[in-house]
Design a protein. Structure first.
Length: 57
């Protein structure tokens, strides 16, 4: 049996108790962080067609 090395999903990392303690000590608002990440994901998805068009030229 071998090991499979991969990173956990971001949602799982944000639910980790240690991550939550560190975020709290740094003053990170979990709701605001989730919103920021969601907006970034949306912008990346919207930009992908533009990137594909530029590489075809």
């Amino acid at each position: 049996m071998g090991y499979f090395h991969c990173e956990p999903p971001l949602s799982q990392m944000l639910e980790d108790p240690l991550t939550q303690v560190i975020m709290a000590s740094d003053g990170v608002d979990p709701g605001k962080l989730r919103k920021l990440l969601s907006e970034a994901q949306q912008r990346i998805a919207e930009a992908e067609p533009d990137i594909a068009d530029k590489t075809r030229r």
